[in-house]
Write a protein that binds this ligand. Structure first.
Ligand code: GUN
Length: 283
């Protein structure tokens, strides 16, 4: 079977166009969705992600404010800033770009953000709401993946989903969202014994390990749905995922490419969460 390619880039564009219309109507009612992004230090990858968030915000009409702080910022200073933003009515979403410098406790920072403004969906309260199947802010990359599957009317119920990678940002929450959709979920990670046996029987494979060509067509079942969350740089400097796309696409029923796959969906879901937050604050 030659797979149908799910282009997150195209879906992201169409969702952003819909959001643009929605935000324009909200603005007519005096509601201006506001997102504040805090970037600490000058990690080039983080800077580039943040620039993408700003550009997409401007496109849909979300008011995005960037606060750039030096690497030397103390944890106390950051927590004070977050507290200020928690109390600012125009700010509906607060995002602290990760990773943070070593001297700042990431978990403390995540927990300082008001759960009602936590558009990343990383606060333990929002994770708990997600785990109990409640509507809340879902982490953006996992939410983007579910949205991609649904855009193709792929049925999730009863499928065996195998997640490779157990990060708090992608692996764990995507498994939870798939479970909420009634999938049977298996988590694989660096300590998993005989990982290949799980991958071989998966109906849906989500790969988020950060290693180029971690799986290929020989590993997957005929007709499997393959979602590649990897973002790796080749020696030539081009982007590549965790899946050997060319071999996997011959066997899969659906597959996401890198680039133009999951990546563009992450920022789109961030905008979705910010607009959702703005609407909530005005109801
Ligand atoms: N760093 C890499 N991905 C993310 C993300 O989704 N949110 C935040 N805040 N930082 C990140």
């Amino acid at each position: 079977m030659a797979a149908e390619i799910i282009y997150g880039k195209e879906l992201a564009q169409s969702l952003r166009d819909q959001m643009k219309d929605e935000v324009s109507k909200l603005r007519d009612q005096g509601i201006v969705p506001g997102l504040t992004v805090i970037l600490i230090g000058d990690d080039p990858a983080s800077k580039s992600y943040v620039a993408g968030k700003q550009k997409a915000s401007a496109y849909v009409g979300v008011d995005a404010d960037l606060i750039e702080l030096p690497e030397s910022t103390t944890e106390a200073e950051l927590l004070t800033k977050i507290d200020e933003l928690n109390q600012t009515n125009q700010v509906h979403g607060i995002l602290v770009q990760l990773p943070l410098p070593e001297h700042i406790d990431e978990q403390k920072v995540i927990e300082a953000i008001s759960p009602e403004k936590d558009v990343d969906g990383f606060h333990p309260i929002n994770i708990g709401r997600m785990m109990t199947g409640k509507d809340t802010f879902y982490p953006c990359t996992p939410y983007g993946i579910i949205t991609m599957l649904k855009s193709k009317d792929i049925s999730i119920e009863g499928k065996h989903a195998v997640i490779i990678g157990r990060s708090n940002i992608v692996g764990k929450p995507v498994g939870q969202l798939l479970l909420n959709e009634n999938a049977t979920v298996t988590y694989c990670h660096s300590r998993t014994a005989n990982m290949e046996q799980y991958i071989a029987e998966a109906d849906i494979v989500i790969v988020a390990v950060g290693k180029a060509d971690f799986i290929n067509g020989d590993h997957i079942k005929e007709g499997a749905i393959v979602i590649d969350v990897g973002v790796n740089r080749t020696e030539e400097g081009t982007l590549t995922g965790d899946v050997d796309f060319d071999s996997a696409k011959e066997k899969a029923s659906y597959i996401t490419p890198v680039p133009k796959g999951v990546g563009p969906m992450t920022i789109t879901m961030l905008l979705h969460n910010t607009i959702k937050s703005a609407k909530r604050f005005h109801h």
